[in-house]
Write a protein that binds this ligand. Structure first.
Ligand SMILES: NC(=O)C1=CN([C@@H]2O[C@H](COP(=O)(O)OP(=O)(O)OC[C@H]3O[C@@H](n4cnc5c(N)ncnc54)[C@H](OP(=O)(O)O)[C@@H]3O)[C@@H](O)[C@H]2O)C=CC1
Ligand SMILES: O=C(CO)COP(=O)(O)O
Length: 336
């Protein structure tokens, strides 16, 4: 059945997901805080900065008016960077006059509180303004979804019927959605894989090869699972789409902003310059800090996250932290 859907965040992922919903014949409106970008989407039918070369359908509209955008919406999709999520959710709750299903497709942990995004949304949007919160996450570069490349993804919610609702909203011949009830595992996998992608890119930038990439991905998955399980996740989730699937797509692709950032750091560029030139969110940088602090708090061993934290936040040299990480106390692969 045709649904009215508001997409909050007109960056690369918000636009690509709006295209999927539009393809599925839903009534979709994008919300952005940039008048020039809204004009471009409505009049030129492009969003060049975020999805160059993509022609948008003429019936895909954008607006700056949040109240109008969410009025009567059956579902509201939040897809702004993690650092903006609480602010945008708060603005939404001030103008919302109905009870839509809340979906989010962002990947990160809130700074300082270390909270998952669905918890931030639940705190800011009281049950009188919403139905369930569903997480949409998995291996899915916006650039490939926008050209209808085959993609699989997960809709996670404790309430199976809400996950099924989101599955039906988005699924089509090139975009296949699975349901999952392990929200903690899905959100932790999604957030933490970006840290490992920074590392994978850095190894590439330094000239290391396939063995090094396999090492960081495999041992990265081990530490993602350790922290995730400590937070209450089902360990099996980490071999699914939002675990190994998203780790693979982010650690091996030039589409990944996290991988590209790591690659340029490995080549010797400085972080501020790289982030400034990227012009899009690189979630792994802030997530590294949140995960490092969370791991310290919970006494979980995360040597790769710690190494990347030391490079990003203490200015240590990548080559020396790699050597230290390789030579730390030897251990069994079977230790969890
Ligand atoms: N790109 C991808 O392939 C995928 C991304 N994701 C995740 O989706 C989330 C969004 O990423 P993505 O779309 O790629 O990011 P982009 O950087 O491409 O776009 C982010 C959008 O959010 C807007 N925004 C930022 N802050 C605010 C705010 N306070 N109020 C309103 N709008 C705001 C930005 O506007 P402005 O121009 O002002 O910055 C921009 O339009 C991230 O968590 C990312 O990890 C998940 C899967 C795939
Ligand atoms: O999450 C993504 C693909 O699943 C996109 O990764 P980047 O944010 O690194 O581009």
């Amino acid at each position: 059945m045709k649904q009215k859907i508001a997409v909050l965040g007109a960056g690369s992922w918000g636009t690509a997901l709006a295209l999927v919903l539009n393809e599925n014949k839903h009534d979709v409106t994008l919300w952005s805080h940039h008048p020039a970008q809204i004009k471009e989407i409505n009049e030129e039918h492009t969003n060049t900065h975020y999805l160059s070369d993509i022609k948008l359908p003429e019936n895909l509209k954008a607006t700056e008016n949040l109240k109008e955008c969410v009025a009567d919406a059956d579902a509201v999709l939040f897809v702004v960077p993690t650092k903006a999520m609480r602010e945008v959710a708060h603005k939404f709750s001030e103008v919302c006059e109905n009870k839509p299903v809340i979906i989010h497709a962002s990947k990160g942990l809130e700074q300082v509180s270390h909270k998952r995004i669905s918890d931030v949304l639940k705190e800011e949007i009281t049950p009188e303004h919403r139905q369930d919160v569903v997480v949409l996450s998995g291996p899915s570069h916006a650039e490939e979804v926008a050209v209808k490349d085959v993609t699989t993804i997960t809709a996670a919610c404790e309430n199976h019927s809400s996950a099924q609702y989101v599955q039906e909203l988005f699924s089509n011949r090139y975009f296949r959605v699975y349901t999952n009830q392990d929200v903690i595992g899905v959100e932790m996998g999604a957030a933490l894989k970006n840290i490992i992608a920074l590392g994978s890119g850095a190894l590439h930038g330094l000239g290391y090869g396939d063995n090094a990439r396999a090492a960081i991905m495999t041992r990265g998955l081990a530490e993602i699972s350790r922290l995730g399980v400590a937070m209450g996740a089902d360990p099996l989730t980490f071999i699914g789409l939002s675990g190994v699937g998203d780790l693979e797509v982010t650690c091996n692709s030039v589409h990944s902003r996290n991988w590209r950032t790591g690659n340029l750091l490995g080549q010797g560029q400085d972080l501020d310059t790289v982030l400034e030139n990227m012009g899009m969110i690189v979630e792994g940088v802030a997530t590294t800090k949140a995960a490092y602090e969370l791991a310290e708090e919970r006494k979980i061993e995360m040597p790769i996250t710690e190494a990347i934290y030391r490079v990003l936040y203490n200015g240590e040299k990548i080559a020396s932290v790699i050597e230290e990480t390789m030579l730390r106390d030897y251990k069994s692969e079977q230790e969890f």
